[in-house]
Design a protein around this ligand. Sequence first.
Ligand code: DGY
Length: 328
Amino acid sequence: MGDRPDVLVTRPIMDGPLARLRERCDVTVHENEFGIPRDELLKVVEGRDALITMLTERVDAELLAAAGTRLRIVANHAVGFDNVVLADCNAAGVMATNTPDVLTETTADTAFALIMAAARRIGEGERFLRRREPWIWGPLMMLGQDLHHKTIGIVGFGRIGQAVARRARGFGIRVIYADAIELPLEVTAPLEAERRELTELLAEADVISIHTNLTPETRHLFGAEQFRAMKPTAVLVNTSRGPVIDEAALADALATGEIFAAGLDVFEAEPEVNDRLLELENAVVIPHLGSATVDTRNAMGHLAVDNVFAAVDGVRPPTLLNPETFSG
Ligand code: DGY
């Protein structure tokens, strides 16, 4: 590797981390906010030592081959890495990293904002006022669901799920969770969180917040059958990955009142949003803003840069996903 590694950043990132990267590397930033079309991406990766990628770019054998043998690291600027085919990175001997931890609390804030907005009809109320319709306070107007002293069911009880649980406890909300593993007492005891099978959680929870990774097993984890099992007063929130929910089935469940409301930060065919969801008053939809704060995007950028620097220095990157590729 030359003195100044050649790095491609596939989308503009925050100035601070970018300036740090530029101090040590020759950096090309793809400036288009809409991302790089795949055919162009395959051309511009050629000969790079490192890539900083976004969740919108698929990192697979084709892209790694197009990059060539100088490539040491793909630093994904996201905690989720379902866009990165780790087996292909391993086969190519390329390190892959993500940005965990630094966005946990911010994403949990977003989940909680969606829980509140969906349960208390905040989006609907806002749209109503903006239509300038005549109104006066009324005892039956736009009634929502209480959250305090209810039960939240957290599906996927990792870092972000636990951070949502901490917020819920502040509202006096009881916490149950479904996860492939039983979490240790040091995690569950302070939250008084109890484990349930998913089917039990669906029937018991007043609010369900999804925090699973997207894997073949979690794709469409929520569909018609799951919505039928939920309470008609239930609120469903997803800040993980869109394909965990079958959106057509969700639109049916919301339209028929099978469940009360949903809050969605992510979408099945992102950036497309199901037309029917856009028409439904009881769907709160925001454009994948989970980690979108100034501080957190700075922290994510710095962590991605730390990972690149480690790789070019021959040091183990702090958040390496595939340790088998690191030959310290
Ligand atoms: C992630 O990091 O995976 C989020 O979805 C975007 O910040």
